[in-house]
Design a protein around this ligand. Structure first.
Ligand SMILES: Cc1ncc(COP(=O)(O)O)c(C=O)c1O
Length: 305
């Protein structure tokens, strides 16, 4: 294990430890923005494989074709930001099979490991047969202990790889802040009740916000994990999701991230909300969003239609 400056540095240190210039890296799309940039900064070329909305499943053949192109590694965000997908055992077994068959590493980003909604369960890829040696886990204390600004992350990998990650990490940042590491030990010593309460707390927020959006009749993909929800806004005739999100901030008073910022493919009918907020904030957001449909359908001369 190596403690890093957030899971973002964990990812960069991991990729640069196993990637050589010219290598290829498989990334599911939609993806957390850093993966494409980190891959390119490591000198590699990303190969994107779609997770297809609304259920964000992948085509097995498309994934195998990506590995067949000589991929040295794959990046897997599980549970996924932005789409809230929690990969099933069967999906993970398929990814593991490909990684073994094509002799590739899988760099996982598991920062939402403890924010998973029943009946879904987070399965650690490195626990599958043959995967301990080829999985590099990037994780963070940000989400689990609600310290997103602290930028404390870590990498778990087998000794052969972690020795390399240590060297890269030393040259990238020297070390994560020592006083913060000491403070974070308090969180690491929490017992199981803490993680149970965390799940209950996020389930409560999800029920308020996602349940509220459903009641308002919005089309969405139920998140299985993380605190994000992707909402389909095609009913309003959205052609430019960036401009739509700007318009929504000004005219409805609620912010969302344009879905297209996460996709490699052309997808402009989705927006991503996050619901890690106080009850009253979520309720106020829903109140405002109850006016969205009427305002969006009536909107004339807007630059997003
Ligand atoms: C998928 C994912 N990975 C990494 C991070 C960054 O985590 P950290 O705070 O450890 O830098 C985030 C936070 O937004 C995230 O959503």
């Amino acid at each position: 294990i190596v403690v890093t400056c957030g899971s973002t540095e964990a990812m960069m240190a991991s990729l640069t430890s196993v990637i050589n210039p010219g290598d290829k890296v498989v990334i599911f799309s939609p993806f957390y923005e850093n993966y494409g940039a980190d891959t390119i900064l490591s000198g590699a070329e990303p190969i994107y494989v779609p997770l297809v909305p609304p259920d964000f499943c992948f085509d097995k053949e498309a994934l195998e074709n990506a590995f067949k192109q000589g991929a040295k590694a794959m990046i897997l965000c599980n549970p996924s930001n932005p789409c809230g997908k929690v990969f099933t055992r069967e999906e993970l077994e398929f990814i593991a099979e490909l990684a073994i068959q094509y002799d590739a590493y899988v760099v996982t980003d598991e920062v939402y490991e403890h924010i998973v909604y029943a009946p879904h369960k987070h399965i650690y890829l490195n626990t599958l047969p043959g995967m301990r040696e080829r999985t590099i886990v990037c994780n963070s204390l940000s989400k689990t202990y609600s310290i997103t600004g602290w930028r404390l992350g870590y990498v778990i990998a087998c000794p052969r790889i972690i020795d390399r990650v240590k060297k890269v990490h030393d040259f990238l940042t020297v070390g994560a802040s020592a006083p913060l590491q000491i403070a974070a030990v308090t969180g690491l010593e929490f017992d199981d009740d803490y993680y149970k309460e965390l799940q209950e707390h996020y389930t409560h927020m999800k029920e308020i916000f996602v349940g509220g959006l459903r009641k308002l009749g919005y089309r969405l993909t139920e998140p299985q994990g993380s605190y994000f929800v992707m909402v389909d806004v095609s009913e309003f005739g959205v052609k430019d999701d960036y401009k739509f999100c700007e318009w929504m901030i000004k005219n409805v008073g609620v912010a969302a991230v344009p879905g297209s910022s996460f996709f490699r493919e052309k997808v402009d009918n989705l927006v991503r909300f996050h619901f890690a907020k106080k009850d009253e904030t979520l309720k106020e957001a829903l109140k405002r969003l109850s006016t969205l449909r009427e305002k969006a359908l009536a909107a004339k001369n807007v630059d997003w239609k």
